[in-house]
Write a protein that binds this ligand. Structure first.
Ligand code: S3P
Length: 444
């Protein structure tokens, strides 16, 4: 891994933002397409793959497990997989860089195959909790060795006698759920996974597209039970990756907070479990139209048009958190530009993302002159109606979404805002600077 060298980057108050922002492919779906392709015998074709560092690390890990993966044109990729149970043991450690999704899903996908693999990542990933995945994987028969606290670097020993499980996921995490669903593919019989929180369901949808037997049953507590038949053969699939709503969130909020802006963002994934931010912004008075809603590859997509708006503070329902879990940093920027208070609770999970996002957001906003009350599970932001002072350098803590969120804030603040490091942006959205400049953002 290259030594860490921060790249500071500054955003300046900009004139109206106008035009079209064509966002790259969805990160969650891109990881899953590569992993499921690697678990399939035959040729999987992917179009619109997000070619960002996180996803490219997953592609590399899949090659180390024996899949053949190549790019045929920009965004178009081909995966020749080895089938469920067919992965080989990597002959070197797997480096997932900054990506919790890639690492955790791959742990699940290999746990019911009799191979072992060493998992590691960058400084941020090596601080993130892995026991939430490793412990339930032991129920299938896998074992592991990790640093104290279940941290990376760690080794997973897949089992040669997997058993199917009946397990309740108590943490509101799609990564944990997905890791178990992928492990279930290699265990004979039906695995049942229940979860109260309705986290993103891309793994379930894509498993169905690859021909797996998956059924989903709603539960009385509002959650659901997902049943997967193990020891199956997947069919090669064609996956068209829709554009990422979590990246679209940046030009979307930029258009809302920079006066006289109008930005359209085409073909965005509108999976109901990913659009909590849009619901919340609409409640805050945002002028966002969703047009041309249609279906593509088993997912709903549509075009967003956002115009400058006078936002007001709201109380965000805590149960909405799973559907906007990655969007709280940019929502906080919208809240800082709104009039009145915005209350966000139920956000314990934000403390174990790429950084402790609650404290990174609170400290960043305070540095910009905004009053914030940080709570154990959330925060209250006292908005200043479009008059964020700025004039701050933000500690981004190796977190791409903290960096991008505060750079968006700088486009509307009175004085510039600098992200102390912008290099991590390429983990999820390498085109961020180019796309934002093309609609009128001023950076230096
Ligand atoms: C993801 C799930 C979420 C999200 C992450 C991507 C996924 O993490 O924060 O960026 O692709 O499954 P958790 O499952 O830890 O909530």
């Amino acid at each position: 891994m290259s030594p860490f060298s921060p790249v500071p980057f500054t955003a300046h108050r900009s004139g109206s933002l106008l035009g079209v922002a064509a966002i790259p492919g969805d990160k969650s779906i891109s990881h899953r397409a590569l992993i499921l392709g690697a678990l399939t015998v035959g040729e999987t074709r992917i179009s619109g793959l997000l070619e960002a560092e996180d996803v490219l690390q997953t592609a590399q890990a899949m090659r180390q497990f024996g899949a053949e993966i190549s790019q045929t044109a920009p965004g178009d990729w081909q995966v020749w997989g080895r089938g469920v149970g067919g992965w080989r043991a990597p002959d070197a450690e797997l480096d997932f860089g900054n990506s919790g999704t890639g690492a955790r899903l791959a742990m699940g996908a290999m746990a019911t195959t009799p191979i072992s693999a060493v998992f590691t990542g960058d400084e941020s990933l090596r601080r993130r909790p892995m026991k939430r995945v490793l412990e339930p994987l032991t129920k299938f028969g896998a074992t592991y060795e990790a640093r104290d606290g279940g941290l990376m670097p760690l080794t997973v020993y897949g089992t040669d006698r997997p058993i199917c499980i009946d397990y309740e996921v108590t943490v509101a995490s799609a990564q944990v759920k997905s890791a178990l669903l992928l492990a279930a593919l290699g265990a004979p019989g039906v695995t049942r996974i229940t979860q109260e929180a309705l986290t993103r369901d891309h793994t379930e949808r894509m498993l169905q597209a690859f021909g797996a037997e998956v059924s989903i049953e709603p539960l009385d507590n509002g959650g659901e039970r997902i049943c997967v038949m193990g020891e199956v053969e997947l069919w090669p699939a064609r996956i068209a990756v829709p554009r990422d709503p979590s990246s679209a969130a940046f030009p979307l909020v930029a258009a809302l907070i920079v006066p006289e802006s109008e930005v359209s963002i085409p073909d965005v994934l509108l999976n109901p479990r990913r659009i909590g931010l849009i619901d919340t912004l609409l409640e805050m008075g945002a002028d966002i139209s969703i047009v041309n809603r249609r279906e593509s590859g088993g997912e709903e997509i549509g075009d967003l048009i956002a115009r400058h708006s006078q936002l007001h503070g709201v109380v965000v329902p805590p149960e909405r958190a799973p559907s906007m879990i990655d969007e709280y940093p940019i929502l906080a920027i919208a809240a800082a530009n709104a009039s009145g208070r915005t209350v966000m609770r139920g956000l314990e999970e934000l403390r174990v993302k790429e950084s402790d996002r609650l404290s990174a957001i609170a400290n960043g906003l305070r540095a910009c002159g905004i009053q914030v009350d940080e709570l154990e599970d959330g925060m209250i932001i006292h908005g200043c109606a479009g008059e964020v002072p700025g004039n701050a350098t933000i500690a981004t803590h190796m977190d791409h979404r903290i960096a991008m969120s505060f750079l968006i804030a700088g486009l509307a603040s009175r004085a510039p805002i600098t992200a102390d490091d912008s290099s991590m942006i390429s983990t999820s959205f390498p085109e961020f600077e180019t796309i934002m400049r093309s609609i009128g953002a001023k950076f230096s």
